[in-house]
Design a protein around this ligand. Structure first.
Ligand SMILES: C[S@@+](CC[C@H](N)C(=O)[O-])C[C@H]1O[C@@H](n2cnc3c(N)ncnc32)[C@H](O)[C@@H]1O
Length: 236
């Protein structure tokens, strides 16, 4: 009987193909199958990040599903992807599942992990998250000494966002999209807008960072976040 393959959840980092770990690179170069999330149409960002490291002979599985903050993929999309990956594992082939940033930080990989790990060996290789890339790019220390750093999805209700922002020294707000203005108003109301920085496409070629007050809400892409550091925080 053929031994089953191993599924690897690989964090490919936030955009720059050089922000991938040596371990991820080693595994990427030796697996025979590569799977990645992709929008219903068009290219996959995770694949684009890993592209310089892929090998032409590798079989590719594009897991097509909605990837923006407005729509959540249906469980059947993950069931289908898990079945396709499981079929490869059953044949003894190792599968790399590419994840933008880190797989376990808001990564859709988690839904696959939940399905695959019940049946197959799964290993996770961490990646550089967008938060770290944005902070590095902008020269924005995140936390020092006893500072608290809070990671928030902008999809939270406004009151919840405000309550959490009022209790941290430093914050990273992800998943902006159409929730951008809600997050900005929450920060403004707490007097924190001027202590916040907006970063889009961190580490990618068209990256930019600007004071939160200068952002045009309509132009906010999916790959963007806000960093906030309260005056008086140790990291500054
Ligand atoms: C589904 S979450 C995935 C986070 C990812 N796993 C990570 O470790 O950064 C997607 C959100 O991460 C943030 N994000 C991911 N990559 C980014 C980048 N290069 N620049 C800015 N924000 C990014 C955005 O807030 C986006 O809406």
């Amino acid at each position: 009987m053929t031994a089953s393959g191993i599924a690897y959840g690989i964090g490919v980092g936030p955009g720059d193909p050089e922000l991938i770990t040596l371990k991820a690179l080693r595994v990427l170069r030796r697996v025979s199958v590569v799977a990645y999330p992709a929008p219903p149409e068009g290219p996959s960002l995770a694949r684009r990040i890993a592209a310089p490291h892929l090998i032409p002979a590798q079989v590719e599985i594009a897991m097509r599903m909605p990837l923006d903050v407005r729509q959540f993929p249906s469980p059947t999309a993950y069931d289908k992807a898990a079945r396709a990956i499981g079929a490869e594992l059953k044949q003894g082939r190792d599968v790399a599942i590419l994840c933008e940033g880190d797989p376990f930080l808001y990564g859709s990989f988690q839904y696959l992990y939940a399905r695959l790990a019940k049946k197959w060996p799964v290993k996770v290789i961490p990646g550089v998250s967008s938060i770290m890339a944005a902070a590095a790019m902008a020269g924005w220390p995140l936390a020092a000494k006893s500072d608290t750093l809070t990671v928030l999805p902008a999809t939270l209700p406004a009151e919840e966002l405000s309550a959490r922002l009022s209790h941290c020294d430093s914050a990273a707000i992800l998943k902006l999209g159409r929730h951008f203005e809600k997050a900005r108003v929450a920060l403004r109301t707490l007097g924190l807008e001027k202590h916040s920085l907006y970063v889009e496409r961190a580490s990618m070629e068209n990256a930019r960072a600007l004071p939160l007050a200068e952002v045009t809400a309509e132009s906010v892409p999916y790959f963007s976040l806000i960093l906030m550091r309260r005056p008086g925080a140790s990291a500054s």
